[in-house]
Design a protein around this ligand. Sequence first.
Ligand SMILES: *Cc1c(COP(=O)(O)O)cnc(C)c1O
Length: 496
Amino acid sequence: MKTFYHSTRSANEAVTSKQAILTGIAPDGGLYVSDQLGQATLELSEVVSSGYHTIARNVLSTLLPDYTADEVASCVAGAYAENFDTPDVTPLTAVGSDWLLELWHGPTCAFKDVALQMLPRLMSVARAGEAAGGGVMIVTATSGDTGKAALDGFADVAGTGVTVFYPAGKVSDIQRLQMVTQRGANVAVAGIRGTFDDAQTQVKRIFADREVAARLAEKGVVLSSANSINVGRLVPQVTYYFDAYAQMVQRGVISCGDAIDYCVPTGNFGDVLAGYYAKQLGLPVGQLIVASNTNKVLTDFIQTGVYDRRREFVKTISPSMDILVSSNLERLLYYLSDGDCERVASWMANLSGAGVYTLPNDVMDRMRETFSCGFATDDETRATIRSTWDEQGVLIDPHTAVGKCVLDRVPFEGRQRVCLSTANPYKFSADVLAALGKSVEGLDGFACMDELEKLTGVPAPAQLSSLRTAAVLHDTVCDQAEMSDFVEAACERVFA
Ligand SMILES: *Cc1c(COP(=O)(O)O)cnc(C)c1O
């Protein structure tokens, strides 16, 4: 067994990557990291003549070394097939003198598909060595987007099931329809009476309930999470940083070896951290630009060295970036402090206690060698959506617009620059339509899609427009007290 990963907060217990993927979070609350990150690198001259699947196989084999080459190959072939609407998986398009890396061609039209189409397959393979019967039940609370991406990723993957709770009446029509029309014999979806935070709190309670765990264990079932701190979500994201680079070399925009910059619309810090991993694997990365919305904890942190979550949470038009505690940052702190678990643990204790921690200057200097930052307000985001459409004829979603707004302000340093585009604009039709100066009063989600299509001539993706006629398969709405029973019933049914 190749033990490769251990917690950011203590190096005593090492686990294989399969174990890390099945467990998600380390028992001491830390995140799984590897001290071997950067020891093996990818051969750049090979990468630049490769396609997405080959690059993905190389990245996965390097960062998940206990998966065999055959296992990796079958996971990659399954994750990135017809479920993406282009064989390029993550195509690159020009916008002015910069580039957009379109990460939203998967089944749910958001970048989380790139990882969530892969994670279930990695989990399924990791479980294959274990006793027959039973399986892993993923339980997720969602404010809208992650739930659908998890449902689609786990649907009908052997040895897994997925249960999603959303706050009834508090997600958009389209988001609700995306979830309640989900097909698959191993999926369960319920609305709950309460908020997203209520759903999240109950899910955490279910995970911590020993009686539930004991009853499920008798059937060989364990509960797990598809949260973005899982290494099985982080690692697949490294691929597209390399792939973007390969696409630029293949188009003659850069020569092999030239450094390029990436600007990343950021929430939980998973996506941009994957860029840092790519750099450790040998990709010539200049700057990684961390773009935030009004919840600009990370901008303040990178500028001052003080991470302070004690501030008002603001709801913005880029909701997937409305986050005050960016969990994946803990992994970066581990690497920047040369693997000093004790220091990482004490910073994290300060964060959960006082709500604030301060990094020493030497650590911040190392961070700023690679990371820069900026933020955009909702008004600036809307103005960017409008100017990008008016001046470049490119339609972008609010998350991507935050990235582009920040990138446009960064002085050009002579390197090519890629802005990661994290969602299809039609996922946020109403806000995009409004940003283009149209009234959305009285329009439902589908009417906004129609209007946006008429106005721009950009076709709405079939994944979203087909929801109009899809059959509703999940109509349960339950009280918070009933969530635990709902999970157990789903386990009973899925792993019978
Ligand atoms: C999740 C998400 C982000 C933020 O990604 P992190 O890995 O959490 O930083 C940005 N844009 C969209 C559309 C997302 O769904």
